[in-house]
Design a protein around this ligand. Structure first.
Ligand code: ATP
Ligand code: ZN
Length: 225
């Protein structure tokens, strides 16, 4: 039986957000013994359980109320929200705060020799991406429609492999684009990691613990600035 009295926090198991997420929780004074292969870790000094999952699963776990808190990239969160809205749902959750790590941008990139003169050039092209909803929302502002090539990895090789004309992918330094003969032509979304809470009633104890954590996070982030 799941112990509902403990605060459940979901974070990325391994990837670009996991070290910083782990560090943030540690700096808040949560003593966790993360064992590499374990899905769940129990805090030793507070009633908190840490769930370590793929980042893509975190928004859904929070929206569905399976966990109380999640640390996830705004890009992944927003895409999940748009996806659920497209299915006719009204996803509920509380955005607690933006964090100071995981900065990246979602950009459209094209082969180096592509003659780019604005979003209208993308009309009817095939665009490889993991973020079809964010891309669609952005291009709709310009009345541009496109064909999707949905990929969950290796997006940057799609043009060379003949799968797509251009791509829409996450960029931080731009080195990966460069290495694949691509240039950034349009920034469509600026992202950072964020902290979200499930909607619905929380016990007074849990809410007090969340408030305490938020205050500590505020202090940690301020001290880093
Ligand atoms: P998982 O195995 O958990 O699904 P993943 O491979 O989908 O991991 P990562 O590459 O670890 O995801 O990225 C996680 C998040 O880190 C991204 O969704 C984004 O918010 C952030 N991020 C920051 N910089 C970058 C970058 N250069 N490329 C990709 N993601 C970045
Ligand atoms: Zn992922």
């Amino acid at each position: 039986m799941l112990d509902n009295s403990r605060l459940r926090i979901a974070m990325q198991k391994s990837g670009r957000l996991s070290d910083e997420s782990k560090k943030l929780l540690a700096q808040c004074g949560i003593k966790i013994n993360l064992q590499e292969q374990r899905l769940i870790a129990f805090a030793e000094n507070m009633p908190i359980d840490i769930l370590r999952v793929r980042d893509d699963d975190i928004p859904g776990l929070v929206i569905d109320g399976v966990v109380d808190i999640g640390i996830v990239g705004e890009n992944v969160l927003e895409e999940e929200v748009l996806d659920r809205q497209a299915e006719g749902q009204q996803p509920q959750f509380k955005q607690l705060r933006r964090l100071d790590f995981g900065a990246c941008r979602l950009s459209i990139a094209a082969p180096r020799d592509f003659q780019y003169q604005g979003p209208r050039c993308l009309q009817d092209l095939r665009i490889a991406t993991t973020y079809p909803h964010l891309l669609k929302r952005y291009l709709a502002n310009y009345n541009v429609t496109f064909k999707t090539c949905l990929l969950n990895g290796s997006v940057e090789v799609a043009p060379r492999a003949g799968l797509a004309d251009v791509i829409c992918d996450l960029v931080s330094s731009g080195a990966t684009l460069e290495a694949n003969g691509l240039k950034e032509i349009e920034i469509i979304y600026q992202s950072k990691a964020c902290l979200i809470q499930r909607s619905g009633i929380m016990s007074a104890e849990k809410q007090a613990l969340i408030d305490k954590l938020l205050t500590r996070i505020q202090g940690v982030i301020q001290a880093r600035e």
